[in-house]
Design a protein around this ligand. Structure first.
Ligand code: IPM
Ligand code: MG
Length: 357
């Protein structure tokens, strides 16, 4: 079969890691007799440099017309990059928020699991195996509420608005319960219902949705407690369902529990088959261009893309198995290598994945 994939290399290490994911996809195409056609799309700083804005309407159209979108990472060093001299709505991150909203990518799935071979890299002493997925609402909440900075009675004042309606909560809750049905059948919904109205509505709607899934157990957890539980006992989690900002924070925390943020993939989905797939990590400008970035999160994101957008389950399994074999065979990038242990560069680890495929 033929598939059209929009590729957003982005900024920092983005181009290096997406190149490896494309290399792996080509190996999959060769093995299974598919053809992947790639169209490059500019987003973030890469788009600012060419068009003066982080995402053009043409770029959105190209993305919409594709079967799936594979992305590296966007953004630069806020202290030194000229992108951050621009007003906030023109900076790289604004482009990412714009594409999420334009494509209605409301469901952000971020799996986090511990490879037993990488236990030493896990900062939690004696951590049990864990395997969780964070289901983060991605197009509402504080990220998309009205904001302003102005002088009120001679005092500079900034306002960000946190709002959710029941429909936004319901559709992401349904996503989480559907996913839970295919996994451990346990949803922990994370909120701050002891303080926020949005969280109280969140609880109410999530409980209504839960009634449709009697096999799934539902627990509510306050976000501060969840932050603590993630490092105390990550094995208790199966599906974490939460709103945009809490999900942003908790997914970084969960990812570090796996030993390296360089291992975690993500999918951002809407109601159709189209999705955007990107590593959970950022653009790491400090190591960009050095050829040492870990491409595994992007390669695993490509596997999620095959599974969720293209319905190529066997091919997705092949990528995940190749990553597992690479780790089991002892190949590491520098972020997951033990002190003094030999490690491979970005391209070399990509080559290993291709070999195992
Ligand atoms: C993420 C990132 C983004 C977010 C930034 C780059 C806007 O941190 O995808 O988690 O906060 O959603
Ligand atoms: Mg984040």
């Amino acid at each position: 079969m033929n598939y059209n994939i929009a590729v957003i290399p982005g900024d920092g290490i983005g181009p290096e890691i997406t190149a490896e994911a494309v290399k792996v996809l080509d190996a999959v195409a060769a093995k299974y007799g598919h053809e992947f056609n790639y169209t490059e799309v500019l987003l973030g700083g890469a788009s600012i440099d060419v068009h003066g804005i982080p995402l053009t309407d043409e770029a959105i159209e190209t993305a919409k017309a594709s079967d799936a979108i594979l992305m590296g990472s966007i953004g630069g060093d806020a202290k030194t990059s000229p992108w951050y001299q621009l007003e906030p709505s023109k900076r790289p991150e604004a482009g990412l928020l714009k594409i999420r909203k334009a494509l209605n990518l409301f469901a952000n799935l971020r799996p986090a699991y511990l490879y037993s071979e990488l236990k030493d890299a896990c900062p939690i002493k004696g951590a049990e195996d864990f395997n969780m997925i964070i289901v983060r609402e991605l197009t509402g909440g504080l990220y998309f509420g009205e904001r302003k900075t102005e002088e009120v009675d001679g005092v500079m004042t900034a306002v960000d608005t946190l709002s959710y309606n029941e429909n936004e909560i319901r559709r992401i809750a349904i996503k989480a319960f559907e996913i839970a049905m295919k996994r451990g059948k346990k949803v922990i919904s994370v909120d701050k219902a002891n303080v926020l109205d949005t969280s109280r509505l969140w609880r109410k709607v999530v409980e209504e949705v839960a009634e449709g899934y009697p096999e799934v157990t539902l627990e509510h957890m306050l976000v501060d407690n969840c932050a603590m539980q993630l490092v105390h006992n990550p094995a208790q989690f199966d599906v974490i369902l939460t709103e945009n900002m809490f999900g942003d924070i908790l997914s970084d925390e969960a990812s570090m529990c796996t030993g390296s943020i360089g291992m975690l993939s993500s999918a951002s989905l809407n109601e159709t088959k189209l999705g955007l797939y990107e590593p959970s990590h950022g653009s790491a400008p400090d190591i960009a261009g050095k050829g040492i970035a870990n491409p595994l999160a992007t390669i695993l994101s490509a596997a999620m893309m095959l599974r969720y957008s293209l319905d190529l389950d066997e091919e997705a399994d092949a990528i995940e198995a190749a990553v597992k074999k690479t780790i089991e065979a002892g190949y590491r990038t520098v972020d997951i290598a033990k002190e003094g242990e030999a490690w491979l560069g970005t391209k070399e680890i990509g080559d290993k994945i291709v070999e195992f495929i």
